[in-house]
Structures are given as structure tokens and as C-alpha cells.
Design a protein around this ligand. Sequence first.
Ligand code: GDP
Ligand code: MG
Ligand code: ZN
Length: 385
Amino acid sequence: MSKRKKNKKIRTDFKQRYDDRTRQNDLTREFNDSDHETTESHERISGKGKLARKRTIRGEEVESDEGTEIILEIDDLCRPGLVLSVHGLNSFVEAENGDVFKCATRKLLKTISTDQRHIVVAGDNIQFRPQADGTKEGLIVRVEPRFGTISRTSRKKQHVIAANIEQMLIVTSAAMPELKPHLIDRLLVTAEKSRIKPIICINKADLVDPADFQPIVGGFSQLGYRTMMVSAETGRSIDVLREILKGKKSVVVGQSGVGKSSLLNAIQPGLGLRVGRVSEENQKGKHTTTAAKLIELSFGGHIVDTPGIRQFELWDVISGEIAGFFRELRPFTDRCKFPNCTHTHESDCLVKNAVADGDLDIRRYESYCLLVEECDENDKRQTQN
Ligand SMILES: Nc1nc2c(ncn2[C@@H]2O[C@H](COP(=O)(O)OP(=O)(O)O)[C@@H](O)[C@H]2O)c(=O)[nH]1
Ligand SMILES: [Mg+2]
Ligand SMILES: [Zn+2]
């Protein structure tokens, strides 16, 4: 952040005639004029004879999780806000005083965005210009750099569905359905990759003898992951969860039926999430876009509600990266003498030796090997299509 360059003029490629295929509402049109003040438009023929549009805009180039981003200059009328949800062309934005504004997005923001980058997503910190007439409407003029993004890959393209997420509540159940440590490992990899702090909740503690789960709870805790047995049914550790969620933006993930909705209802009575049913979004089929939404917690903080990814597993990792996201493997992978070692089948691999010597947990190691295998298979399938 310290290296921001103030109000630099930046030459940038523009998406071709965005406005041709975008229906504009009146709000957007009204504000569009102001874009001309800060931009100069050019059209030129590039080497390949393709028409490219270039513009010079005023803003700053800033590094974020998504690479170099252009942060547009703003004026004194703008206020900071948090995007709660996005519905087509409109976003619901929470201002600092808690008021919610319905905002359109400045045309210039749309044109500088790339295909991978959604212009505005839930969780974005933005600057918006409220309507002068005092109605709770406005225009988003700047999106701040994103950290802790959650994305989904569909048709080989990465789609960011929520931004600035600080915590990932990984919910599993001790029974019904039975605990799947491999699934926890997989979600931990996603959290590590996104640099989101994971918290492991083993729900339905009321159905089992928690003492039986001490080895698995201890194992994850030893790795530095906060892990606890909870119960939406009896209220066990619900107050602890509230404390963890307080003042933070968190996402809740985990297999269907483990009790995510039940836990959230217990954490915040009155939330009224449906329990024991597959959400409608999932029945509509795979290609339905499931927009994320921030749910405000009465004690402070937000939960990202992403019906789609609650069931679909989060995954956006290539096989070679996986070892780096297994915390305990790192000291060994760093010293493994084979530069391209996958640490799965190679003989005399330092990681494998550590497992044999009992220096690494064999369950986690086997889970690692399985993830590498699953990842490679998935890549093969994708390239065949
Ligand atoms: N015994 C027990 N059942 C639970 C608990 N939490 C949820 N359930 C049940 O598990 C089922 C699935 O819960 P739900 O919240 O819909 O799971 P989701 O799919 O992860 O949102 C429902 O029948 C709940 O009543 C719990 O702590 N203990
Ligand atoms: Mg649910
Ligand atoms: Zn190795």
C-alpha cells in the first residue's frame, strides 16, 4: 500500500465497446458524463490489424491478490462503503453509518475490468458517490484492491465470487454424515491458497463421545489450525463461535448436511436459514450463477452466504502447489533434493523418509498424495474436453 503512486496517468486497454451490449439504467447514464473529464479516448490499429481502444485515465496502480490493479481517482463527494450483494447492474452497498445504498457501477470501472475480474463482488470495499437528491442511491466509482478472494473455476475461467474474506469456517460433522478428514485437508489447501484463516468446526458433537475425536482435533490443532467440537443441537461452543466471527468477514463451507445452516441459526437466532434441505440454487443445476451475499451479524461482522460453494468444494489449485499448502510438509519439501519431486512416488524423497521415520503424520501425508492424484486427474479431464 505504501508504494501507491498518486494520480498517475495510466494508459490502458479497454474492452471493446462495452456499452453496446450492456443495458444501462438511468442512474448509470446520468453519471457517465463525469467519466469524460478524467479520460481521453483513442482508437488505434494494433500490429495485428485489430482495432484496439486505449485510454489515459487518472488513478493509481496498486498491487493486490489479483495482480496490478488500477484504482481510480475519486472526488470529495465520495464515501467509503462495503458491497453486501450484487444483483445484475445494481449493488447493495453499506455505508459507514450502516445505511444501505442501491448503487450502479461507473462505466469506466466496467471498461478497465478484465474478463476474470468481476467488476464488483460481495465483500468489496468501494468508494461511491451518493445521489445528490438524498435518495439511498449512488454510483460506485472505485473498487479498492482485494485480498482474501474466494473464487470458482468454471469453464476454465476463474470467477471471483467474494472479496476480502478473513476467515473460513470449515464445517464438518462427527456423525451423520461421518467425519471426512480428507475433505477438511482439501478445504484447508483452498484456505491456505487464498490466505484466509481457516477454523475447523466438527459439528454434531452431541451424537458422539467427543473423547473419541481427540486425536483428530489434536492433530489439526498441532498444525496451528483452530479446531473445535461444536453442536448446533445442544449449543456447545456456540458462544466461542460468536466470539470468533465477531467483527470479521467469514465464509462458511462444508459438505451438505453437516449442519452449516443449523449452526448459523444457533449463532444468530432469528436468521431463519432453512435446515435439512438442499437449497434451491443447487437444484437448478450447475450453471446457475450463485451470487454471494454478506449476512450482517447482530454482534458485528459478516457471514458470506454463497449457496453454490457451500456444497461445491472450493478448489483452484494446481497439483505442484499442493505441497506448499500443507504447512507441515514445507520444511521437508524445501530440503528435498529433487527439484521437481512430487513427494509421492520418488524413492529417497525427504518427505517420504520423514513419514517413514514418524516425523510426519501419515494420515495427512496420504491425504496429500490423494489430493495430488485427484488434481492431476481433474487436469487431464479438463484438457480432454
Ligand atoms: N444431532 C444433531 N443434528 C444436527 C446438528 N446440526 C444440524 N443437525 C441436523 O443435520 C441436518 C442438516 O442440517 P443443515 O443445517 O441443513 O445442514 P447444511 O446442509 O450443512 O446446512 C438437519 O437435519 C439438522 O437438524 C447437531 O449439532 N446435532
Ligand atoms: Mg444449509
Ligand atoms: Zn520429495
